[in-house]
Write a protein that binds this ligand. Structure first.
Ligand SMILES: [Zn+2]
Length: 337
């Protein structure tokens, strides 16, 4: 696949091509944006253009020996660094420093791609910074990250920052049909829920997760009918059985976003089939819906901080159940307990 054939990311691709055309290639690039939108893919394709033996129109030929070697993971001048365990360690950066002492073996450039650069431990980040301060000739560093704010500002300032955008639904849909051989209707259904991320789309395809999300929707639509005993019984079971509560919260967020957008935008195309919006949620104030949305985002942060799963889920579900009162769920939560 060539640079042009990577789905979406028109702005990033245009920018990279300009760099090739002008020949002014920065020694360090930072690709940032959510997971599954093509950062790693574009980094590999850029490495191909830089080393292609027969490039045309600022893109790779996709056929020459160099292109084929990069595609096969066999090119000696493409170094791909990923975390070992949780972190990218100092030893890995030291090892890198040794490997870049010499000129590229066979390519025009040696390209070093560092995946998930926020996983650099502090001492490793400082060692990398030293390399970036005095970069060896013919070496291009490409750092990939979800959150640039999690990197050392001194590293960010050394890089040319390229921001990636979520993919369009239609691009996700076409990729799903191409790579997972999905039928158009199913590809469309999943693309609407993937929020522009191929990684999330593929995650949804696995193990019939759409069915699980529909089950969650069923819970949400029925919350207001439950007695408090039934409510606590449901949330206890849900928290215990869920293999990824953070993703369940994402589903709740998408559902709520659909409800908010349906009120704000006349011809909004919802991610879910919104057949039954509970009366409380339908009639409550917009302020309450927005605060509920914030509360779900907070809950995700709490989960990442190892908060109790069941209590976090109860807080959010109770706020949905209580929405007809339009009051803070945390208050009602403590009163009811
Ligand atoms: Zn080529």
């Amino acid at each position: 696949m060539s640079l042009d054939a990577v789905p979406g990311q028109m702005r990033a691709k245009r920018f990279l091509k300009q760099l090739i055309q002008t020949g002014q290639i920065p020694h360090a690039l930072l690709f940032s944006g959510m997971a599954g939108i093509g950062k790693a893919h574009l980094a590999k394709e850029f490495a191909k253009v830089l080393n292609c033996l027969e490039p045309a129109a600022a893109d790779s030929c996709d056929r020459c020996a160099s292109c084929r070697k990069i595609d096969g993971g066999l090119h000696p001048d493409l170094l791909w660094i990923t975390s070992e365990g949780v972190f990218i360690k100092l030893d890995q950066v030291r090892d890198l420093r040794k490997r870049i002492q010499y000129r590229p073996f066979e390519g025009a450039y040696r390209v070093i791609v560092m995946e998930d650069a926020r996983k650099l431990r502090e001492e490793a980040a400082n060692a990398l910074l030293k390399i970036l301060e005095e970069p060896p000739k013919k070496h291009i560093f490409i750092l990939l990250t979800l959150e640039p704010q999690m990197l050392l500002p001194t590293i960010v300032s050394r890089c040319c920052h390229v921001r990636f955008q979520p993919l369009e639904d239609t691009q996700v849909e076409q990729e799903l049909m191409r790579t997972c051989q999905l039928q158009p209707t199913r590809a469309r259904e999943i693309a609407r829920l993937a929020e522009g991320s191929m990684e999330r789309a593929k995650w949804l395809v696995e193990e019939n997760r759409i069915a699980h999300w529909k089950e969650i929707l069923g819970h949400l639509e029925n919350l207001h009918n439950l007695s408090m005993i039934e409510f606590f019984d449901l949330t206890a079971r849900w928290a215990k059985q869920s293999d990824d509560l953070e993703q369940d919260f994402l589903c709740i967020k998408l559902w709520l976003r659909d409800i908010i957008l349906a009120r704000l935008v006349k011809d909004h195309r919802p991610a879910f089939e919104l057949n039954q919006i509970p009366a409380g949620i339908r009639d409550t104030s917009m302020e309450y819906l927005f605060s509920l949305y914030d509360q779900i985002e907070e809950a995700v942060q709490h989960l990442r901080g190892n908060a109790n799963k069941q209590l976090t889920l109860e807080g959010v579900c109770l706020a949905i159940k209580d929405s007809s009162y339009g009051q803070s769920s945390w208050d009602s939560f403590s009163q009811r307990r």
